[in-house]
Ligand binder design. Structure first.
Ligand code: 13P
Ligand code: SF4
Length: 347
């Protein structure tokens, strides 16, 4: 039963003490997040991983790219474990290193040496390494503006991988008009752009988050008509139209802070993953909190990490047979860490 498993997790945590560290992303289920030693958005979890030097086992409750990042930012004696290997990210899967190199060659051919690659952390270690090697950096949804500003001090143009929406929303906030943003389609290996190529400032990789794309303009219009008092806050992985029509947009950490600061009695429609929306709703009974999309939107891969998988991976550690260890090779790590460090010193 759930109670039995919870008891087993408590027992392993007690026995391993500081040898074990459990970071948990805000999108994780309650049954898992209750055991996290720290919770955060992807930036905070990367920072925490970089700081922890003592835990022998880091059992990462999040998705694969986050565990890879944790492995690269920790020391070699520390083992990073992902409780279920199927916990990937459909957005990160929309860009692989071969497609990236093909795009880069073509774009260099068109624009010459004027482009800096930036990648959202929701990407493979190999793509982070590619960015590191080419002078670029990683970004998260809480520092994308700062990083894009920095990137423009380095080069004239930015290639932004793999989330077109975060890229578009951030560049727009910095004053870059949509007419100066091109889209790279990795399937067709084609640049989509109607104007003069010289005008291109940002090249957006045609990827997206399948969870955040479910929040629509219709959802917003419906709420504005039926409940005009409602504040609408969304994650910048939502489309440009949705972000424009919302009242506020920001990372999961930003959303949590906005709800914490909101006055009692206020009402909020949130456009982000379901586990976080439900948790905010339970934590703030004095406020009205709903999902912007009434069908709710779970991230199926985040949800792969559940109490049975957590329990099993912890017990394997106790038996000295840890499984699902995430390791990134040394060369990839060397360059990916450059990209991550360029972000972490500015974040
Ligand atoms: P943040 O943790 O940066 O808010 O990103 C949300 C997300 O989709 C993680 O996969
Ligand atoms: Fe990937 Fe979207 Fe899930 Fe985040 S919410 S892990 S970006 S699919």
């Amino acid at each position: 039963t759930e109670e039995e498993m919870a008891g087993r997790v408590h027992a392993v945590k007690k026995q391993l003490g500081n040898r074990l560290f459990i970071p948990g992303h805000h999108y994780q289920k309650d049954e898992v997040i209750q055991f996290a030693d720290t919770t955060g958005d992807s930036l905070q979890l990367a920072q925490q991983s970089a700081l922890n030097r003592e835990a022998e086992y880091i059992v990462f409750c999040g998705v694969h790219f986050m565990a890879e990042t944790a492995d690269m930012l920790t020391e070699s004696h520390q083992k990073v474990i992902l409780p279920d290997m199927r916990a990937g990210c459909s957005m990160a899967d929309m860009a692989d290193i071969h497609q990236t190199k093909t795009a880069w060659d073509r774009l260099q051919h068109v624009f010459g040496d004027t482009i800096l690659p930036l990648t959202y952390v929701n990407s493979t270690a190999a793509i982070k390494a590619f960015c590191g090697k080419n002078g670029g950096a990683t970004v998260t949804s809480s520092n994308a503006e700062k990083m894009l500003e920095w990137a423009f001090t380095q080069k004239e143009r930015i290639l932004f991988l793999p989330d077109q929406h975060l890229g578009r929303n951030t560049a727009y906030t910095l004053g870059i008009p949509l007419s100066r943003m091109a889209v790279w389609d990795p399937q067709k290996q084609q640049l989509e752009y109607e104007g003069e190529l010289d005008d291109v400032k940002v090249i957006l990789w045609k990827g997206h988050c399948s969870v955040h794309e479910k929040f629509t303009v219709e959802n917003i219009q419906f709420l504005r008509q039926t409940n005009p008092e409602m504040n609408i806050i969304v994650h910048p992985e939502c489309t440009h139209e949705v972000v424009q029509l919302s009242d506020m947009a920001g990372s999961t950490h930003y959303i949590i802070q906005a709800i914490q600061k909101a006055p009692p009695g206020s009402s909020w429609a949130i456009g982000t993953e379901m586990n976080l929306v439900n948790r905010l709703k339970n934590d703030h009974p004095d406020k009205t909190i709903i999902s912007l999309n009434p069908n709710m939107c779970p991230c199926l891969t985040m949800n792969r990490i559940d109490l049975p998988h957590l329990t099993y991976s912890l017990e394997r550690i106790l038996q000295e047979e840890p499984g699902n260890i995430i390791t990134v090779d040394n060369e990839t790590t060397e360059y990916a860490v450059k990209a991550l460090q360029r972000m972490l010193v500015r974040a």
